[in-house]
Design a protein around this ligand. Sequence first.
Ligand code: PHE
Length: 343
Amino acid sequence: MEELLQKIESFKSEIKNAIATTSEEAEAFRIKYLGTKGLVKEVMGEMKNVATDKRREFGQVLNEFKLFAEEKFETLKAGSASAQTETGDGLDLSLPGDALPLGSRHPISLVRNQIVSIFQRLGFAVAEGPEIEDDWHNFTALNLPENHPARDMQDTFYISQNPDWLLRTHTSSVQVREMEKGKLPIRIICPGRVYRNETISARAHCFFHQVEGLYIAENVSFADLKQTLYFFVQEMFGKDFKLRFRPSYFPFTEPSAEMDISCLICGGSGCNVCKHTGWVEILGCGMVHPNLLENCGIDSNKYTGFAFGMGIERITMLKYQIKDLRLFSENDVRFLKQFTAAV
Ligand code: PHE
């Protein structure tokens, strides 16, 4: 009996120190101690050799031994399972991961970036200004004094009156801010959002995006303006386009013109988009009015300049043949995701 008890004690200390990092090792433990031919069974088989009066006491020791081995087995099993997950065993590392949905740039951003990069290649720098403007920068400095009828050309959202604060109707206000800095020559483009109180339709919205340009130096001529815009259109739409300038009126330029390109849809033969004229208007331009230069403290006898302004929506609609302006602000992903490719 003494000998048996000692044997059990030594098994117990062996069990205590047992480790298993895989489920196979835990199973080997089970077989060694708890299997049908295991050590627990073997010690139990010794019961018949124990004196009758000691059997009760020995039975208790055996039971404890069995429970001890079973508990250890449970611990080993659980430990080896979590160790396996940690080491990646049982995981299929070749499974493809969950795809992350990729966003795409808004078509207006794509086209704005392209316009900006074309003019940057010509040496124009980007200038930006506030969307909430005062009357001076949006109108008066631009040769549009109070009560000038041309103010009606751009229906304005006023935020307050006397003093007047408004949502800028064009980014020409940024040009005024640059001219006021007095650093010449000036060669800038002004991309940005502008606001006009117009009824929303397929062709108009209460806000849209513009890129306006300004070049002021000595001896700038209308020929420079034409060549600059000609380069822009070729880079933007390709070489096969015809250009024409139509005389027009803007208070801030003199002479003023509107520039048309031959219709991208019908190639000039006439369709709905060009209203059967073969031409589509894309921007307004002209030579900076001397009054503007003087308003901003620039000597109009020494300096001349040209300016132009275009709506990014219009260019984008022509480029991608989009028929309704409202699509740009409806946030319909089915529409927006079509413009992933670089323009
Ligand atoms: N500011 C004009 C507009 O928004 C565009 C323009 C800019 C025209 C510069 C001529 C010269 O309609």
